[in-house]
Design a protein around this ligand. Structure first.
Ligand code: MN
Length: 228
């Protein structure tokens, strides 16, 4: 064991449904504009341009239904309900055909976004990091082992205070889960522990303190948090 000059950070981890074991999180990659109706609501053309990515730090995860503090320096915190893919076996230049063999499991996640900061960054051509990759910006539900789960279809939905705000189907992903894994593995060497947030459907909106967010993906499970 090396001797560190300061204590090393704790390993961020996701709980696993029905188990006491944890899934250690290495990196969080997020796909932008991966549902046509969301691309349109964001003012973009939903034609099938190659997928693009941004990241969040591993310790942005909020687990166990814990509260999410309303972040600093924003007046427009938006919810984005997403299917999250957890990589169990890494690789580069993974083929679309082999992609799902690299998946350990799936969970539900919220790509919480400082929309005002992101919009300003888009306008000025600056990075999205402070709009997307801020502290505690990724509430996630328990991870479910893949067990042959087919991510090509299934209802995805988010309720805010019991009212449905986002509802769609994984079949509407512009870039499917295997295509995203294959494409991303050309850009970086995917590694065990990497998470991929696959994009959000239409219906994104601002939340305020006190809002209870409850998301689900059919066959995967749920995510829940309260904004405080
Ligand atoms: Mn997103």
């Amino acid at each position: 064991m090396p001797e560190y000059v300061i204590p090393p950070a704790a390993i961020a981890a996701l709980p696993i449904a029905g188990s006491n074991a944890l899934f250690p999180v290495r990196r969080i990659f997020c796909v932008g504009r991966n549902y046509a109706e969301h691309a349109i609501e964001m003012g973009s053309d939903p034609t099938r341009e190659p997928p693009f990515y941004f990241t969040k730090p591993a310790d942005a995860v909020v687990i166990g239904g814990a509260d999410m503090p309303y972040p600093t320096v924003t007046k427009s915190l938006h919810h984005e309900m997403e299917l999250v893919v957890a990589i169990g076996t890494g690789g580069t230049n993974i083929s679309i055909e082999d992609a799902l063999k690299h998946v350990w499991g799936y969970c539900c996640g919220l790509d919480m976004t400082r929309r005002d900061i992101q919009n300003e960054a888009k306008k000025t051509g600056r990075p999205w990091d402070m709009g997307k990759g801020f502290d505690l910006s990724a509430p996630m539900g328990p991870l479910v082992p893949a067990n042959g789960f087919d991510p090509s279809k299934g209802r995805i939905e988010l309720k805010v205070d019991g009212r449905v705000t986002q509802t769609s189907d994984l079949a509407k992903l512009i870039w499917s889960v295997p295509e995203v894994i294959a494409n991303l593995s050309q850009l970086v060497a995917l590694a065990p522990g990497d998470l991929i947030m696959t994009g959000t459907p239409e219906g994104v909106a601002a939340v305020v303190r006190g809002d209870v967010l409850e998301g689900m993906v059919e066959g995967v499970g749920e995510v829940r948090t309260t904004i405080v």
